[in-house]
Design a protein around this ligand. Structure first.
Ligand code: AP5
Ligand code: MG
Ligand code: ZN
Length: 212
């Protein structure tokens, strides 16, 4: 199954992606996680990306297209893949179509997790992340042990872009640069919208139902 998980910042893409990736046994490819790993490792890509990420702006398309192209060629993607956070612009979507045509793996579905803006700010400002990609929330999805990841035992941290100013910028960027993709994939007829409000497990069940 070749899936794109779509939705605004804080919609729950990462939260649902971890569950889906385990359930369907396909790799979870989060461009945000890849970029953050590069920032942590101090790579040239990480240094370049951090400038954009910290203020809630998109990293340039050509950088992302390069990342996604090499990642999709990985042997672990042969049974399928789950993209989280890519594509985010029309040029990124066009590039993805080209790459997938080249490797003969068309997209099956774009899952749009729908959550209104007013909920997103609360979700993002209370989020705690782990380096393994798992995300928690101080109120809505707290870890069993304070500050420790349930999945890997790692120490939780707050993302640099989960501060109010950056959150506002990310929501703005989403509405101007990313939201047009709803039309783009809607026209092709492969977009399914999921209500992203409610219990995390119930939303996961809705997604699985939509995929079947
Ligand atoms: P990225 O890491 O992709 O961030 P994002 O799109 O802003 O999305 P988030 O990760 O913030 O939200 P999410 O939907 O994964 O929500 P989560 O599951 O964590 O990108 C970061 C930056 O990298 C970008 O700003 C950009 O600079 C750069 N970048 C990445 N990809 C790029 C690209 N393609 N092009 C250019 N630049 C790119 O959940 C959020 C919170 O809500 C958590 O606390 C969670 O516990 C909680 N929660 C989840 N579900 C529920 C629920 N049902 N009810 C209550 N709380 C919930
Ligand atoms: Mg995420
Ligand atoms: Zn972890």
């Amino acid at each position: 199954m070749n899936i794109v998980l779509f939705g605004p910042p804080g919609a729950g893409k990462g939260t649902q992606a971890i569950k889906l990736s385990g359930h369907y046994n396909i790799p979870h490819i989060s461009t945000g996680d890849i970029l953050r790993a590069n920032v942590r490792d101090g790579t040239e890509l990480g240094r370049e990306a951090k400038v954009f990420m910290d203020v809630g702006k998109l990293v340039p398309d050509e950088v992302l297209i390069g990342i996604i192209k090499s990642r999709l060629l990985g042997p672990d993607c042969s049974p399928g893949f789950l993209l989280d956070g890519y594509p985010r612009t029309i040029p990124q979507a066009d590039a993805l179509t080209g790459i997938l045509e080249e490797i003969g793996k068309p997209l099956d579905v774009v899952l749009n997790i729908d959550v209104p803006d007013e909920k997103l700010v609360t979700r993002l400002s209370g989020r705690r992340m782990c380096q393994c990609g798992a995300s928690f929330h101080v109120e809505f999805n707290s870890p069993k042990q304070d500050g420790i990841c349930d999945a890997c035992g790692g120490e939780l941290y707050q993302r640099d872009d989960d501060k109010e100013e950056a959150i506002i910028q990310r929501l703005e960027v989403y509405s101007t640069q990313t939201q047009p993709l709803i039309d783009y994939y809607g026209k092709i007829g492969i977009m399914v919208t999921i209500d992203g409000i409610g219990d995390i497990d119930d939303i996961f069940a809705d997604i699985c139902k939509a995929l079947e």
